[in-house]
Design a binder for this molecule. Structure first.
Ligand SMILES: Cc1cc2nc3c(=O)[nH]c(=O)nc-3n(C[C@H](O)[C@H](O)[C@H](O)COP(=O)(O)O)c2cc1C
Length: 282
């Protein structure tokens, strides 16, 4: 049995993760000899898309699950996602990070998907511009990265085709092994966003409400465009709300910006060497 559909699924608050997903998608669309599945995208950034627009996956699907690393962990916005059901679909976990480190995010995502009924076929580590400090991994994924990611997509298809050719009568769930991963070591503590972004000027804010609609955590009030203090802990600091704010009315105070810049200068100094993209398959 071969796969019917490839879903390029992405959670991308500021666009870097989406660029990685789209580079992979190019490879799946081109396909390989003997395997050119239908290719679909699934943007799961907002609570609405995660609750109401979840594809019905089957064991003949391949899901490319592309997400950004935050504080060495999986974004907690989608930790509670009962509507997500893998139904035996193959998954490749794509951890997109800003050239610092992935730490526990990948195995946390693998366990999350496995608990939701997916089979882990492989993993990709991919670099994108650091959304807290744009000069770290600036311009990545660049053309070289995109070509490499496209090739990785083809290698994934080749792995599936190989399993099928070896056992043409078997379903993929049986002919493909699962990638082992550490499920038991406790995860590192959840990081804390340095501050919660807010409208910087009450008068300038045009109340277009894009920030409220795009917040992955669904915590921005549509009337005030602010986050209530009791929800501060839910904010991941992902910057989706700042990214969609047309005129830059939303952000942090100068003080907070200075503190972030100081911390990120150290992160940048320790991670100036460009890190590679990596693919591993079961
Ligand atoms: C709050 C926050 C925490 C981050 N934590 C990490 C990290 O632990 N390691 C890392 O290498 N990059 C980290 N990054 C960088 C992002 O993983 C990277 O820029 C990613 O491409 C962002 O995805 P997006 O462009 O789709 O929003 C962090 C970014 C933010 C905003």
């Amino acid at each position: 049995m071969l796969i019917d559909r490839v879903f390029c699924a992405y959670f991308s608050p500021t666009g870097g993760t989406k660029r990685v997903a789209m580079a992979l998608q190019r490879g799946f669309i081109e396909g390989i000899e003997g395997l050119t599945p239908s290719v679909l995208t699934y943007n799961f950034l907002t609570p609405e898309r995660r609750a109401q627009k979840v594809p019905q996956f089957t064991a003949n699907d391949l899901v490319i699950f592309t997400y950004p690393v935050f504080f060495g962990r999986m974004p907690w916005a989608y930790q509670e996602w009962p509507e997500l059901k893998g139904n035996g679909a193959q998954a490749v976990v794509v951890s997109v990070y800003g050239n610092r480190a992935i730490e526990d995010a990948e195995r946390e995502t693998m366990a999350f998907l496995s608990n939701h009924g997916f089979k882990i076929l492989g993993r990709i580590e991919a670099i994108a511009e650091h959304s807290q400090e744009r000069t770290l991994a600036q311009g990545r994924p660049n053309q070289e990265d995109k070509d490499e990611l496209k090739l990785m997509a083809k290698k994934i298809l080749q792995r599936i085709k190989q399993a099928h050719d070896e056992h043409p009568e078997q379903p993929l769930t049986e002919s493909l092994p699962e990638l082992p991963f550490d499920r038991t070591t406790p995860l590192k503590a959840k990081g804390k966003a340095p501050a919660v972004p807010a409208p910087l000027s009450e008068e300038a804010c045009e109340h277009c409400d894009h920030c409220a609609h795009m917040c992955p955590c669904g915590i921005i009030d549509e009337k005030t465009n602010k986050v209530a203090p009791e929800d501060y802990d839910k904010c991941m600091g992902c910057r989706a709300c700042m990214h969609v704010c047309h005129d830059g009315y939303r952000g942090f105070s100068d003080e907070v910006n200075a503190a972030i810049a100081q911390r990120m200068a150290m992160v940048k100094a320790a991670n100036s060497e460009p890190k590679p993209n990596v693919l591993q398959l079961a």
